[in-house]
Unconditional design. Structure first.
Length: 107
């Protein structure tokens, strides 16, 4: 799923969050992949009137450094956070349910 110059993928065992960043002439993507076994908690703050939704993972050993050079239209958040718009809310809810199911099965 793509939103706000970020993407999130779930393979069944790993989550990958990519962010478009200003890097060089054409820009670049920064990626962070983590296993569901390293996820300590998931927080989903759904979008409001003027605020994007935020799906935030607390990941064991992962950096919480904020991406300071997001591409135009991107959000300054860490690589454990996926920001999304209101029309993506249903997809995010399904994704959270799938990840939580995988977390339960891995412990």
């Amino acid at each position: 799923m793509r939103a706000r110059r970020r993407s999130i993928r779930f393979s069944g065992t790993e989550v990958t969050i990519s962010a478009a960043v200003k890097d060089g002439f054409f820009g670049n993507d920064r990626k962070h992949t983590f296993s569901v076994t390293k996820i300590k908690s998931i927080s989903n703050s759904e979008p409001g009137f003027a605020n994007p939704g935020r799906l935030t993972f607390t990941v064991e050993g992962a950096s919480t450094e904020v991406v300071k050079n997001p591409a135009s239209g991107g959000d300054q958040v860490d690589m454990n956070t996926f920001c999304y718009n209101s029309w993506d809310t249903g997809q995010v809810r399904k994704l959270v349910a799938e990840i939580k199911k995988a977390m339960g099965g891995s412990r």
